[in-house]
Ligand binder design. Structure first.
Ligand code: MF3
Ligand code: CO
Length: 290
């Protein structure tokens, strides 16, 4: 790593002098590193210009989810949800990030009941009363990414499904409370895991959250099954998603062997997920997309 003098331009691209920008940040990081903590690499730390771009992207992402929330109902096909997402996103000048992402064929993920995530919209899949569905939207605007997802209950839903959806939401809220500079990602994970376990649920292990901003999926991988005080140190300027998948039964999952995308619970029991995109600030967090 190049050693910068305090009157040289900061590595973050802010245009400010290093001494007035990330010099103190680097000193803190060095201390954590010496104690064998995993620390964020510089290339995932966002400057104000990047954050502004991400906020603009998130505005579209949130508006699209609001639109879906208003129009989703029993009888609609997931293909129609996909069309809404494509139309609304492009109308506002965005690009749906999932479309053609590593071969994903649609603009949004729609995951119903025992589908954990990455459900592919289809004109053959029609929502029926009693379903719970995750609609996972991601947007690119001017090259900046945003990503968040919500659950929707279709008509009258069973008590057990309602509870799963509610607890999954609480998990995200409790995880979010742990987001602060110089804490660890494991603090977020454990708060989520404890709450899920307390309610008799399990948390999916091998799929999780991710850094985001200039790319759809950046470092770090955000696990929800690691312990408090472990995992990457959270530092101001980091942006990542909190998106735990909460299962009613076993945490075990499998991938659809025909489409190679959709993930299901191994035991066929229900799964729920909410996703938010957060920024670690100087004194806590900013929710950028929800
Ligand atoms: N929010 C999901 C994720 O981060 C979106 C996946 S889009 C897909 O994994 F194209 F990869 F399916
Ligand atoms: Co995501």
């Amino acid at each position: 790593m190049k050693h910068l003098r305090k009157d040289e331009p900061c590595w973050c691209g802010s245009g400010k002098m290093y001494g007035e920008c990330h010099q103190d940040w680097d000193r803190k990081i060095t201390v954590f590193k010496k104690k064998f903590n995993v620390v964020p690499p510089r290339n995932i730390i966002k400057n104000e210009k990047t954050l502004e771009g991400m906020r603009e992207s998130a505005k579209i992402n949130i508006a699209v989810l609001d639109y879906v929330a208003e129009h989703i109902h029993a009888g609609i096909t997931t293909e129609e949800i996909d069309e809404m997402v494509y139309q609304q996103t492009t109308k506002m000048g965005g690009i749906p990030a999932p479309l053609n992402y590593e071969g994903f064929p649609k603009s949004v993920c729609t995951s119903i009941n025992d589908e954990v995530c990455h459900g592919i919209p289809s004109n053959k899949i029609q929502l029926v009363e009693g379903d719970i569905i995750n609609v996972d939207c991601s947007t690119i605007k001017n090259g900046y990414f945003s990503d968040s997802s919500r659950m929707f209950c279709i008509g009258e839903v069973s008590e057990s499904r309602k509870k799963l959806v509610q607890v999954a939401k609480e998990c995200v809220e409790l995880g979010l409370k742990q987001v602060k500079p110089w804490g660890h990602l494991g603090d977020v994970a454990q708060a989520i895991n404890d709450h899920a376990m307390k309610n008799g649920y399990s948390v999916v292990r091998n799929v999780g959250g991710h850094g985001i901003g200039l790319e759809f999926h950046e470092d770090p991988f955000v696990s929800y099954v690691i312990k408090k005080g472990t995992g990457m140190v959270m530092a101001p300027g980091m942006t990542f998603t909190i998106e735990p998948m909460i299962n009613e039964g076993t945490a075990e999952i499998y991938v659809d062997d025909v489409n190679d995308w959709t993930i299901y619970t191994e035991d066929g029991k229900d799964s729920a997920q909410w996703e938010i995109m957060v920024l670690v600030t100087e004194d806590g967090y900013e929710v950028m997309s929800w």
